[in-house]
Design a protein around this ligand. Structure first.
Ligand code: PMP
Length: 355
């Protein structure tokens, strides 16, 4: 990996803004897709409401994932689907179970709905983060949550719990299990295999925002048995996905080879970045199945934040939930271009002299 020269810590002005804080895809939309979109936009009737059923996008997704259209739910990003799921299945004062830490959106949305949250702590052994599965199983029995959301891979740690364990969880509860696969294309394998094997209380969430590189489009989708889909449909605002996002997502599905090639580049860069971080004194990087890496050091957080800022690196210093008791710097770095990762490595090296 090319590491940007870092002879002088005062050279921050030569760095431009490096956006590694939102787990976006660093690659630009392919020109062929832009051209196709340009043409299809002129054919779209903007004076009309979008197709409420989004039939052509659902058909295209059905072909892509192998599940029938009436098993598919759409939303204005995965975020809206999560909110709709909570509204559909968790009553006010009901209980939502999640991992701690996990995607911050779960807390924000459940808070706005007055839902209680049961958090299952992840554990850190100095090198990796794990879930003690029996803790989740015990909590399931004790709290009988209305809904359990497992982000897999987990945001912000990159941990992917096993699909076998998720199957066991689904069989132990009457509540709904949301398997949040926002980052699944980057590793860990999907929970979705075939129709017969999908338990009737499981909803698998996907998005165009990460591997597909279309975060600005705001299209999320999910797969579940039709009975479960119908309950989500009852709370879904009828025109939640506009004509342009519907059409753009449909066209984008024709670029799955482009997507897979970019995912390969990102995972290659990710794995090399993890190795490089581990070579730096005082820093470690958690294993990751996503397009981001959690790096950790005992180094003072304020100092790390200042150094990142000085070098123009935007990374995330997330709420680490159950792990926030562990002092030091927890930094979630989105995997960007190789040059950008080189600059992050420079920042970590500079900090390592002070540990
Ligand atoms: N799930 C997880 C775990 C996420 O990290 C995110 C976004 N960062 C989402 C869902 C929602 O993504 P979007 O609304 O862009 O589809």
């Amino acid at each position: 990996m090319r590491v940007a020269a870092f002879a002088n810590p005062g050279i921050s002005s030569s760095y431009t803004k490096i956006r590694l804080d939102k787990n976006e895809n660093p690659f630009e939309t392919p020109p062929g897709l832009i051209e196709e979109l340009r043409m299809s936009i002129s054919a779209v009737e903007l004076n009309r409401y979008p197709d409420q059923e989004a039939a052509s996008l659902k058909n295209a997704l059905s072909e892509y994932c192998g599940f029938p259209p009436d098993w598919i739910t759409l939303g204005n990003g995965g975020d809206e689907i999560l909110l709709n799921l909570m509204m559909a299945f968790v009553p006010r004062d009901g209980c939502l179970m999640t991992l701690s830490p996990s995607f911050s959106g779960y807390e924000q949305m459940s808070g706005s709905l007055g839902v209680r949250v049961k958090r299952i702590p992840l554990e850190f052994d100095g090198e990796s983060v794990t879930l003690r599965e029996e803790k989740l199983v015990d909590a399931l029995a004790a709290s009988s949550p209305d809904m359990t959301i497992i982000d897999r891979p987990n945001n912000p740690t990159g941990l992917a719990v096993s699909t076998e364990f998720l199957k066991e969880v689904a069989s132990l509860t009457r509540g709904v299990i949301v398997v949040d696969e926002a980052y699944v294309e980057f590793g860990g394998g999907s929970f979705l295999s075939n129709q017969e094997d999908l338990p009737s209380n499981v909803f698998v969430l996907r998005t165009f925002s990460k591997a597909w590189g279309l975060a600005g489009l705001r299209v999320g989708w999910g797969v579940s048995k039709p009975e479960l889909c119908k309950k989500v449909e009852k709370v879904r605002p009828p025109f939640n996905v506009g004509v342009l996002p519907q059409e753009a997502a449909r066209v984008a599905l024709g670029y799955s080879e482009w997507m897979r090639a970019r995912v390969n580049t990102i995972t290659y860069t990710r794995d090399r970045f993890i190795e490089e971080v581990k070579r730096i004194h005082g820093w470690t990087a958690l294993p990751s199945k996503a397009n981001f890496v959690m790096v950790y050091s005992k180094c003072d957080r304020e100092m790390t934040e200042k150094t990142f800022k000085k070098m123009g690196i935007h990374a995330r210093f997330p709420d680490m939930g159950a792990l926030s008791e562990i002092p030091g710097s927890w930094v979630r770095v989105t995997v960007g271009m190789e040059e950008e990762m080189g600059i992050v490595l420079d920042a970590l090296k500079e900090l390592s002299y002070r540990i």
